[in-house]
Design a protein around this ligand. Sequence first.
Ligand code: NAP
Length: 278
Amino acid sequence: MPTMDSQGGAAAVSPAMSGPSLNQAVSMPRRILILGGTGEARRLAARLAGEKKLYPIVSLAGRTENPAQMPVPVRVGGFGGIDGLRAYLTAERIAAVIDATHPYAAQMSRHAAAACAAEGVPLLALRRQPWKPVAGDRWREVEGVPGALAALGETPRRVFLALGRNEVRAFEAAPWHAYLVRSVDPVEPPLAVPYADYVVARGPFTAEGDLELLRGHRIAVIVAKNSGGPATYGKMEAARALGLEVILLRRPAVPQVPAVETVEEVAHWLETVKAPDA
Ligand code: NAP
């Protein structure tokens, strides 16, 4: 699908979004905004793509250079804060918003809650439960990247950074560790540290593959987010098998809005949503 970038600016509409005429909204499919960036958002888009009564649009922040293909129209880039999102909801006659963002994309979730409340647009969150530790796990929860840096300590260690490429740069502050960085896009420029290896890969990842990766790089400790879901759980299983410590960034607080855990629940909920003029 064609897309258009609008990082940090006003909402952009991709050519593909010219679909239903905005003047005929009553009889036209209801326009659903899916705030994406996750596998759930992709699966939801695929689930809704064939629904004649719906016109789903996926919104991406634009964090990855080559986002996965979507079977529905996509817009890319920030809306311009709460006011920008409010303007977008009105201009695009959005009938409902599904917040299917990453659990750590809390600002977008807060903006969605505020904008939808202000415009009277129904909002539903599609949220993954966090992983829960089981016997054999050695997890330590910390506050953000500064907490992770403090937890790593001052003795050199071999560290697997399973974080976004924008977050790993902060680890330059602890150059005595040896880092293995896995990210969807290359870390450019490389980290200004003496020891760093890079793996460019997009999930899902298996426990077997991650076991091999951790063993191959003689990793002693992992820094990760508690993303939930199966796609990136492999490293947690691998860490358990190897008895490794996992430093987990605590999940940020997200607004209290109606939430479900499955794509089917979203599809069911959407049946109850009316068009803006209905
Ligand atoms: P964020 O802090 O919640 O959002 C920052 C700004 O990015 C938002 O205010 C919004 O800009 C824009 N934005 C975020 N998601 C958007 C979307 N789906 N569509 C349009 N604009 C969007 O999120 P983040 O900075 O992307 O990431 C925060 C954490 O989440 C990081 O740890 C990151 O690794 C993780 N994460 C994010 C994504 C993702 O796709 N965003 C995916 C995986 C992991 P405006 O205020 O201008 O509207």
